[in-house]
Design a protein around this ligand. Structure first.
Ligand code: AMP
Length: 249
């Protein structure tokens, strides 16, 4: 089995995101970037399936500017075998990304594609669903467990009312939830080894995908500032304020 893991380069989760002065988006210049946390979980799960003897190869794919190769290297240092960088400076929408991943998945004959459930920058939560639809493959979204078996994959999904157990056929698309696993750290020897692992570069044009945008961003703004809190000296004062100032009780 070949596993394809699409990974996105996003602003590091520990960084405070700032809106650009012209309100066209968020500031990314000179900002620390990292692999999207849900994508790290996807890489970890692919590696575990390989280590359990279910996969021969784990391939990373990332679409975006040249720096995406750093994100691919992070996955290679965790243990993935090779990478594909879809090189473009354009702003990418989930549909365009899904079409490009489809093209790579078909070229690679990937049996399983493991995506993050969402990217923490745009919070789209769309790419995996669109990919499964355009590839006409079964989708297991928000999985917290996956096991390879004869029919395909037994998966557990996190849903509002609890856990849902499903069987999906192979080839398939799944998206990772937080509780699927805890991603490993790359060891120093593996970071060194990763430098020699191959990363192929392709362009959206070479993949035959039209990446023109269908969505126009009108404005990006900061959330409204919150008023400072006040300290109260007793429960009675708190009740009084809730009743007579906030008027919520
Ligand atoms: P989203 O639909 O943007 O919330 O992203 C969900 C998942 O799609 C991510 O966790 C990645 O696995 C994949 N993905 C999104 N954008 C990219 C990208 N530019 N390159 C590769 N994979 C991506």
């Amino acid at each position: 089995m070949k596993i394809l893991v699409p990974v996105k380069r996003v602003i590091d989760a520990n960084i405070r995101v700032r809106v650009k002065a012209d309100q066209t988006g968020v500031e990314t210049a000179n900002v620390k970037m990292a692999m999207n946390p849900f994508c790290e979980i996807a890489v970890e799960e692919a590696l575990r399936l390989k280590e359990a003897g279910h996969a021969e190869e784990v391939i990373m794919v990332s679409a975006g500017p040249e720096k995406c190769q750093e994100t691919i290297r992070t996955g290679l240092a965790m243990g993935a075998d090779r990478g594909v960088h879809i090189n473009t400076e354009a702003t990418l929408e989930p549909l365009a990304i899904a079409k490009m991943i489809k093209a790579v998945a078909e070229k690679e004959s990937a049996d399983l594609i493991i995506l993050g459930k969402q990217s923490i920058d745009d919070d789209n939560n769309q790419t995996g669903q669109m990919l499964a639809a355009i590839m006409q493959r079964p989708l297991g979204s928000y999985i917290s467990k996956i096991e390879k078996n004869h029919g395909g994959f037994a998966i557990t999904r996190e849903i509002d009312a609890g856990l849902e157990n499903l069987q999906i056929t192979s080839p398939a698309v799944v998206t990772t939830d937080l509780r699927l696993n805890e991603p490993r750290y790359a060891s120093l020897p593996n970071i060194m080894k990763a430098k020699k692992k191959p990363i192929d570069m392709v362009t959206p044009e070479q993949l035959g995908v039209d990446i023109s945008n269908r969505i126009e961003v009108l404005q990006v703004t900061e959330p409204p500032a919150r008023d400072a809190g006040v300290m109260v000296s007793s429960a009675a004062e708190l009740v009084d304020k809730l009743k007579n100032e906030a008027k919520v009780i």
